[in-house]
Design a protein around this ligand. Structure first.
Ligand code: NAD
Length: 507
């Protein structure tokens, strides 16, 4: 063992010492599953066992929900002063930064994301906790004192109660913090169920929160393998002890979550899939910047990004030149390899099922009338054979109704569609059942604003993709089948608050 792997082994020993067994957190204690069952996580890069986690059963979920309920009711967190909640969130952000190597090593090992991106995710998680620490200090309601001389109306904001947090594997740390930040700032208690592919970051995060002073019982973590993961997720959705489910995952699972939550009329927020249009006009401020934006838009995190710019719409007059430049950048810049190596820019996909799914879409792409410009299969390099790698792939001239232009692939696969004019661009941009994000590249402010208003999506960037530097302050979520509710910003805190009217008659 040598080089970066050694450093990773020191930071997160279970990468190379599989005998180490992780435990989940229920109430006061880190614990095994009640029936002692476990499951293994294998490296998406090497196939080796990297960790063993408890295989929670229904009894464990019930215990976690009961503990979260009891803790919510006893007021140790819901009634704690805002400055205490804020201080613990801030301290946790500091702990994340202090343990950056451990967290990043875990993300490299379990998600397969390149080490530099893994470190970026840890920083992003720390920042969102700090943001909600600040908002906790500004949590307030309203007063109506000027409507009638003998009456006072108060609008109180109260924590929604026990929250079941269900998250996916692609950004397991930052997405947990998008939910835990506002939930804990509001005074809620939580049962967190991570994806079975990425249980480790949830456990590391729980330790960071406990070490920062979070009282026992406020956060519970239950881990479970694939099918059982769905069973314990459903158990959380069913539990009468849980008041709200905050879910991020696929649209198909989101529908099941909503259906189950309807039985107890739980509050639900859903952050789901996307097929986001990245629209480049011929007058884009700098074509090379737009090419880089399109590249980053689709290939970040190997395309396993809900808001990936997976439909690239390019105005016909620059289309050929643009695609040539993008293909050249893709061939020249992406380095597939061990995600622990700093030189790697494209890691493996997270799992074997995800690999099969993406390869299935590559086959569909080759038979739908599109033109394959680069990639299209698994890499030939024998050094990559054990990892779940696919080549970064660009299909051009994709028919607008083709499966690869309509369905979320969640891999490094781009569909390019040329368009004629602004009306055509808007029509194509909205030709999807999703509505998570979009980008528009143009110098013309009128075109930018008209399209930003016309595209039915929760986030629109102009002359950028994936962000502009304004981040946690901006509400994030989907139109249409991309979700319900908003995360981040003040809107993200509202999702964890109930509203109570108190009307006082003065004597
Ligand atoms: P998934 O829907 O398969 O699983 C998400 C989570 O739900 C996992 O923890 C899983 O164990 C759990 N789960 C599975 N079946 C369940 C059920 N019946 N009831 C309750 N819980 C259940 O999604 P995934 O493959 O882990 O993640 C990829 C998906 O997540 C993509 O569709 C992606 O677009 C979406 N995503 C959305 C956002 C967003 O903010 N909109 C962000 C990241 C990922």
């Amino acid at each position: 063992m040598s080089g970066p792997h050694e450093a990773l082994a020191d930071a997160w020993p279970c990468i190379f010492r599989p005998m180490r067994r992780e435990q989940m957190l229920i109430g006061q204690a880190y614990t095994d599953a009640a029936d002692g069952r476990t499951f293994e996580r294998r490296s998406p890069y090497s196939g080796e066992v990297i960790a063993t986690y408890p295989e929670a059963g229904l009894a464990d979920v019930e215990r976690a929900a009961a503990d979260a309920r009891k803790t919510f009711e006893d007021g140790r967190w819901s009634g704690a002063p805002a400055k205490v909640r804020a201080a613990i969130l801030r301290k946790t952000a500091d702990v994340l930064r202090a343990r950056l190597d451990d967290f990043a090593a875990n993300l490299v090992a379990e998600v397969g994301k390149p080490i530099s991106a893994a470190k970026g995710e840890v920083q992003g998680a720390a920042e969102v906790l700090e943001y909600y620490a600040a908002l906790a200090l500004d949590l307030h309601g309203e007063a109506y004192s000027a409507q009638a001389a003998d009456a006072l109306g108060l609008v109180l904001r109260e924590p929604v109660g026990v929250v079941g947090v269900i998250i996916p594997w692609n950004f397991p740390l930052v997405l947990a913090c998008w939910k835990l930040g506002p939930a804990l700032a509001a005074g809620c208690t939580v049962v967190l169920k991570p994806s079975h592919w990425t249980s480790g970051s949830a456990i590391l995060l729980a330790r960071a929160l406990s070490d920062s002073g979070l009282p026992p019982g406020v956060l519970n973590v239950v881990t479970g393998e694939a099918e059982n993961g769905a069973v314990i997720g459903q158990a959380l959705c069913q539990s009468p002890l849980v008041d709200k489910i905050a879910f991020t995952g696929s649209t198909a699972t989101g529908k099941k979550v909503m259906q189950t939550c309807a039985q107890t009329l739980k509050r639900v927020s859903l952050e789901l899939g996307g097929k986001s249009p990245n629209v480049v006009f011929a007058d884009a401020p700098a074509i090379d910047a737009a090419v880089a934006g399109a590249f980053f838009g689709i290939f970040m995190n190997a395309g396993q990004v809900c808001q990936a710019g997976s439909r690239l719409l390019v105005q016909r007059s620059i289309h050929a030149e643009f695609v040539d430049k993008l293909v050249a950048m893709t061939r020249g810049k992406l380095r597939l390899g061990d995600p622990a190596q700093p030189s790697t820019t494209l890691g493996p996909l997270v799992s074997e099922p995800q690999l099969r799914r993406v390869v299935g879409y590559l086959d569909q792409g080759k038979s739908c009338g599109a033109v394959l410009k680069t990639g299209g299969g698994r890499p030939a390099d024998p050094a990559l054979a054990r990892g779940h790698f696919v080549e970064p792939t660009i299909f051009d001239a994709v028919p607008a109704d083709a499966t690869i232009a309509q369905e979320e692939i969640f891999g490094p696969v781009l569909s390019v569609l040329p368009f004629e004019d602004e009306a055509d661009a808007l029509r194509l941009a909205n030709h999807t059942t999703y509505g998570l994000a979009a980008a528009i590249w143009t110098r013309d402010l009128n075109v930018a604003v008209r399209l930003a208003k016309g595209i039915r999506a929760g986030t629109v960037w102009v002359n950028a993709y994936h962000g502009t530097g304004v981040a946690n302050q901006m509400p994030y979520g989907g139109y249409r089948q991309s979700g319900i509710g908003r995360e981040l910003g003040r809107a993200g805190l509202d999702e964890y608050l109930e509203t109570k009217s108190v009307q006082i008659k003065l004597g």
